[in-house]
Design a protein around this ligand. Structure first.
Ligand code: SF4
Length: 290
């Protein structure tokens, strides 16, 4: 039995309880949802699809209700850039008021204003801000002033629990110490390290870069908790709190065209139609069996 508090992110696993399989949650524990493919930045390592697509807000709220009823614990809004999604505050408020889902969001943060912060306050449980380096590295990759980012982090930190997401490649690896310092000085709760994936002709992080990242993690003694993308852990000693929860029981992704996929990197998917998300999940699972 898995208990979860969306306000604090606390997870409690009671593994003495043997719950019959018929009562297990049917939805994935976590679902990421790309609200829109639109983005106003042009990061070189971006893997988000560039075809115009955006989810319908009323439809989206129905999906959230279904996921909540079927035992999903949290959803992560992304894109594209989710702050470009016009109905973002309304959808987050729906999740907060009508479901028990934890809502997180991954953003470049440059569209965070005091007004948007007010609109999202109490409706988002965790904000993930993409920061791959500091100073000139950040400005070269994201094309925005680093000082502006630090200002936005300050605003975000006054209202939300937040973390930093860092894409790790040969360009950003030397900045890891500075990014960890930034996380600590701005009050981030977490630093998520994401080796770059191959996309659009870029090869992704090399084995050497990933090995250097693992070494950096091994030597890290900072105060901010580190997390690492699943599949990127190599031989690092990682806790496996839910070893029997794998594949689509753990995680699924819905893209901005409304297609359910195993992850945003998988090309195969099932459109979520009037039958809902669980039906699409069953079809996707069936595809794999066939
Ligand atoms: S901010 Fe995110 S979605 Fe936008 S271009 Fe950069 S990586 Fe892609």
């Amino acid at each position: 039995m898995h208990l979860f508090d969306r306000r604090t992110g606390l997870n409690v696993l009671i593994d003495e309880v043997d719950v019959p399989a018929a009562q297990w949650a049917r939805a994935p524990r976590q679902v990421s949802i790309a609200l829109t493919n639109a983005c106003d930045l042009a990061c070189p390592f971006c893997y988000a699809p560039k075809a115009a697509a955006v989810l319908d807000a009323a439809q989206l709220c129905e999906w959230l209700d279904e996921l909540d009823a079927q035992g999903c614990l949290g959803i992560g809004f992304g894109g594209g850039e989710p702050t470009l999604y016009r109905r973002l505050p309304q959808v987050c408020r729906h999740a907060a008021e009508h479901t028990g889902l934890a809502v997180t969001m991954t953003t470049h943060a440059h569209r965070f204003t005091p007004q948007l912060t007010d609109e999202l306050a109490g409706a988002i449980n965790f904000v993930r801000v993409s920061v791959d380096g500091v100073g000139a590295t950040y400005e070269e990759l994201r094309g925005r002033p680093f000082a502006e980012l630090v200002q936005r982090l300050t605003w975000i930190g006054q209202t939300f629990r937040f973390g930093l997401n860092c894409v790790v490649n040969t360009r950003t690896l030397p900045d890891l110490d500075a990014v960890a310092d930034l996380a600590a000085s701005t009050g981030a709760a977490e630093l998520l390290l994401l080796p770059e994936r191959p996309a659009r002709g870029r090869p992704g992080s090399s084995q050497n870069t990933v090995a250097a990242l693992h070494q950096w993690i091994t030597n890290y003694r900072g105060p901010v908790a580190l997390t690492l993308g699943e599949g990127d852990t190599g031989s690092l000693p990682i806790a496996q709190p839910l070893p029997r929860e794998t594949g689509l029981r753990t995680y699924a992704h819905i893209d901005a065209a409304g297609t359910l996929r195993r992850t945003s990197y998988h090309s195969a998917g099932e459109p979520v139609d009037d039958r809902g998300i669980l039906a699409a999940l069953d079809r996707l699972q069936q595809k794999d069996v066939e």
